[in-house]
Design a protein around this ligand. Structure first.
Ligand SMILES: Nc1ncnc2c1ncn2[C@@H]1O[C@H](COP(=O)(O)OP(=O)(O)OP(=O)(O)O)[C@@H](O)[C@H]1O
Ligand SMILES: [Mg+2]
Length: 333
C-alpha cells in the first residue's frame, strides 16, 4: 500500500512556551512508525502538516491511505484539521474522524456524554470568564485543567487546590495563558490507570496499564503532570513512575475498568485506536478522566505501545493493526 504519514513535528524553539510542542511527535517516533510500515511491506512518505504543505502534497500525490498522527495547529478543533481536509479530498485515513477528534479534545463536552451513558467521571464545572460562582456541591481538593489540551499541558501540582482563593487564581491563570475555558474537577485519589482499545477485525481492550508514582516523592510530583510526562524516567529529577501492565487489580475490577474504557470509546465514536485515562477511587469506582483518540506512539516512551507489548504484539504489529482496521472501513464504504 502507498501510505502517507501525517504529523506535526516537535521542534526546538526557545521563543515559544516550554510546553508549546508537547503534543507533537519527535523524529524518533516518526522514524519508528515509518520503519514499522516498511517492515510490513508498505511504501511510505512523510508529511509535516504545517500549512500549506498538506495541500500541495495531496494535489501532487495519490495515496491509498493516510496514517494520521497529526495533532493540528489552531484552536479548539485542531485535531480535526487534517481529517477534515482528507474527508474533503476523499482520502482514507487511520483513526477517528473529525467529529470524535473535536469532541474528545473538549473534556467538558465529553464528560456530559459520559454522564448520559452512565459512565462515571469526576464531578466538574466549566469556567469561561473566571468569575462564575463555584458550584457548592463540588468537594475539595479540586483540580484545574485547560478544557481543550493534551499531554498534561498546563497541569502541575499547583493545579490541585484546597480552597477557593487558590482555585480562582488557577482558573484565571489557565484562561489567560491557554486562551480557553478552565475545567474544574474533583480530584480522585487512587490508582492511575490507562486503557487501550484497538480495533482489528474485532474490538479488543488491551491489558490495563497502571502508573504508580510512589517512587516520585523526591520530585514533589505525585500524579501524571506535565513535568512527569515530559521528563519521564529522569532519575536526577526523581520523575520515575513505575509501570505495571497488566495493572494490579482483581478480576472484577479489571472487568469494570475495561468496560468503562470500551463504553467511552464507543460513546465518543472513536475508530481504530483510543486510550482512556481512568482514576480508580477507594471504592474501586473507575472515574474516566478523558479519552485520547490520538494516543502517543513512541515505541519506548508512550503508554499505548506498552499495552500492545503486554498483549504479545510487536510494535510493527500494532501499527499494522491500525492500518488493517482503517482499510476494512475503506473496503466497506
Ligand atoms: N480529576 C482528577 N483526579 C485525579 N487526577 C487527575 C484528575 N484529572 C487529571 N488528573 C491527573 O492529571 C493527569 C493529566 O490529566 P488529563 O488526562 O485530564 O490531561 P491531558 O492533558 O488530556 O492528558 P494526556 O497527556 O493523556 O493527553 C492525569 O493523568 C492524572 O494523573
Ligand atoms: Mg490524559
Amino acid at each position: 500500500m502507498k501510505i502517507a504519514l501525517t504529523y506535526n513535528l516537535k521542534k526546538k524553539d526557545d521563543t515559544k512556551p516550554a510546553d508549546y510542542f508537547s503534543e507533537y511527535d519527535s523524529e524518533d517516533t516518526i522514524g519508528s512508525i515509518v520503519s514499522a510500515l516498511k517492515t510490513k511491506g508498505h511504501n511510505v512518505e512523510t508529511i509535516d502538516v504545517e500549512y500549506p504543505k498538506l495541500f500541495s502534497y495531496f494535489s501532487k500525490n495519490n495515496v491509498d491511505m493516510v496514517f494520521n498522527i497529526a495533532e493540528g495547529i489552531r484552536g479548539k478543533f485542531r485535531e480535526s484539521e487534517v481529517p477534515a481536509i482528507l474527508d474533503y479530498l476523499n482520502i482514507p485515513y487511520t483513526g477517528s474522524g473529525t467529529f470524535s477528534l473535536a469532541l474528545a479534545l473538549n473534556k467538558a463536552l465529553t464528560k456530559k456524554i459520559l454522564r448520559a451513558e452512565n459512565i462515571p467521571t469526576p464531578n466538574f464545572q466549566l469556567f469561561s470568564r473566571g468569575n462564575e460562582e463555584l458550584d457548592p456541591l463540588l468537594k475539595f481538593p479540586l483540580i484545574v485543567k485547560p478544557n481543550c489540551e493534551g499531554s498534561a499541558k498546563g497541569i502541575n501540582k499547583t493545579n490541585v487546590v484546597g480552597n477557593e482563593d487558590d482555585l480562582f487564581k488557577k482558573v484565571k491563570e489557565i484562561i489567560d495563558k491557554y486562551h480557553q475555558d478552565a475545567l474544574v474537577e474533583e480530584f480522585i485519589e487512587g490508582k492511575e490507570l490507562t486503557v487501550g482499545v484497538l480495533e482489528n477485525g474485532r474490538t479488543r481492550v488491551l491489558p490495563i496499564l497502571e502508573i504508580d508514582f510512589s517512587d516520585c516523592n523526591a520530585s514533589g510530583e505525585y500524579f501524571y503532570s506535565w513535568r512527569m510526562k515530559e521528563y519521564q524516567g529522569d532519575r536526577v529529577l526523581g520523575l520515575i513512575p513505575s509501570f505495571h501492565c497488566p495493572a494490579r487489580l482483581d478480576k472484577e475490577t479489571e472487568e469494570i475498568v475495561k468496560e468503562a474504557a470500551l463504553k467511552t470509546h464507543r460513546a465518543v465514536g472513536c475508530l481504530d485506536i483510543s486510550r482512556t485515562d481512568i482514576r480508580l477511587d477507594k471504592n474501586n469506582v473507575p472515574y474516566v478522566l478523558e479519552i485520547n483518540p490520538l494516543p502517543g506512539l513512541d515505541p519506548k516512551e508512550s503508554n499505548f505501545p506498552i499495552m500492545a507489548y503486554a498483549a504479545g504484539m510487536k510494535y510493527e504489529d500494532l501499527i499494522e493493526a491500525i492500518i488493517l482496521s482503517a482499510s476494512e472501513r475503506k473496503r466497506l464504504n
